[in-house]
Design a binder for this molecule. Structure first.
Ligand code: FAD
Length: 397
């Protein structure tokens, strides 16, 4: 099994294709869903085309953890980019999550999306203590809502072994990724957006009025095109193919035997392992190993890796000896990484009418909704967020 869910078609997603729209969004993961939502909310005539099911790509493989939002530890980012830029990136992610939460609640989809923004915990083990403490200190000094937990407090809360402390980021937590993407698209449709599932875009050609999207359901003319195609973007742009590196991740879901004292969203070793307990009481967990690059890097197809799966499960059962996992289902998915861990959002270099929203480097869930807003701002000529320049694909040219 590669992904954990089988999805029904979204209502209204199987009609014929219009001849022309203002904007075509290609790809219906969390990125494309977020772009469509903001375009529809801004009154743009937008159509999302998804070759499979909305929320069924990498988004379906994700566990749903929102913290820490960026792969690079905060203190390292502040060291490399300056404290102000690091704070701007985190502020963007926190605002993105808050806006996503509000949108899901207003759409009546908070429960379906398993929205939990009660705080995300970043745990420290002895080998990661320095990075977690230094990141906490940087975040605290920058004024972010973080709260340190001493080792004794972590032990009392989690009853786990090997944790030497950690911190909670207030306002973060977890979501069900696929359900969130689908809820956003459903709400976008109510706001005038359109979606078609089971329609692959095979090529995008320049035309007098913009672009002709050649799909296996016919041609659609669009003034602008937004590529939310994640690791399958090479056919549209060599830059995206070269710069969004596929990395294979492993995940599992299991029934927990015992009484887990925790219910929220957790990450160790700055997102090496992440887990949450779903509303039906199951553990959803994913991870990968720093020392297994050769088994993960540039892997374009999901594949369950028994050894990495064993490592993942062993890590959990060693950390929580009072708990046992049964009824385990396993899957694998692909992350699209960029060299600087930040997404690519904005016009493709040399174009003003082809945009990209992709390359979230394992952090698509906290960033995508805010990035969808950036896309809509560019399309409508509004002022995008001040962080948007950091995500411009031009930085890789
Ligand atoms: C095991 C695992 C666990 C993860 N856990 C987390 C987590 O806890 N927290 C977190 O923030 N992130 C997590 N991630 C990362 C997260 O999944 C991604 O950052 C995010 O889902 C990327 O969303 P996306 O919309 O860019 O891509 P996708 O969800 O892959 O969406 C792209 C879509 O484009 C469609 N498409 C592609 N080409 C075409 C075409 N030519 N025509 C039409 N449609 C097309 C695909 O079918 C697909 O549905 C995890 C990833 C994996 C693999």
């Amino acid at each position: 099994m590669h992904t954990p869910i089988t999805l029904e078609a979204l209502p209204g997603s199987d009609g014929g294709l219009p001849d022309a729209v203002d904007v075509v969004v290609v790809g219906g993961g969390i990125a494309g869903a977020s772009a469509l939502w903001h375009l529809a909310a801004a009154g743009v005539d937008a159509l999302l085309l998804e070759r499979g099911r909305v929320g069924g790509g990498a988004t379906a493989a994700a566990v749903g953890i929102l913290s820490p939002p960026v792969r690079q530890p905060y203190h390292e980012m502040a060291h490399h980019r300056g404290a102000e830029t690091a704070a701007r990136i985190w502020r963007f992610a926190l605002d993105s999550v808050a806006a996503l939460g509000t949108t899901l609640v207003e759409a009546g989809a908070g429960d379906a999306a398993e929205l939990d923004l009660s705080g995300g915990t970043v745990l420290a083990e002895s080998h990661s203590e320095h990075e977690v403490r230094a990141s906490f200190e940087g975040l605290r000094q920058a004024g972010f809502p973080v709260r340190w937990m001493e080792a004794s407090e972590v032990r009392a809360e989690l009853r786990g072994r090997g944790f030497v402390g950690g911190f909670v980021v207030e306002g973060l937590g977890s979501i069900h990724p696929g359900a969130t993407a689908r809820a956003l698209v459903k709400d976008a449709v109510k706001r005038g957006g359109a979606v078609r599932e089971g329609v692959a875009v095979n090529a995008v050609e320049g035309s007098a009025d913009g672009h002709l999207c050649r799909t296996d359901g016919g041609d659609v003319q669009a003034r602008m095109v937004v590529y939310a195609t994640h690791t399958d973007s090479r056919r549209f742009s060599a830059l995206l193919g070269d710069e969004i590196v596929p990395v294979r991740g492993q995940a599992l879901s299991a029934r927990i035997v015992g009484d887990p004292p925790f219910h929220g969203a957790y990450a160790t070793h700055w997102k090496l392992n992440v887990w949450r307990v779903t509303p039906d009481g199951r553990l959803a967990m994913s991870g990968w190993r720093h020392d297994a690059w050769d088994r993960a890097y540039w892997r374009t197809r999901p594949q369950v890796d028994p050894q990495l799966q064993d490592d993942l499960e062993a890590w959990f059962t060693e950390a929580f000896p009072e708990l046992r996992l049964t009824d385990v289902s396993r899957w694998s998915g692909i992350f699209g990484w960029t060299a600087d861990f930040l997404p690519m959002v904005g016009p493709l270099p040399g174009s003003t009418s082809e945009l990209v929203i992709s390359g979230f480097s394992g952090g698509g869930l906290p960033f995508a909704f805010g990035c969808g807003e950036v896309v809509a701002a560019i399309v409508t000529g509004a002022e995008p967020s001040p962080a948007a320049g950091l995500f411009n694909p031009r930085r890789f040219v």
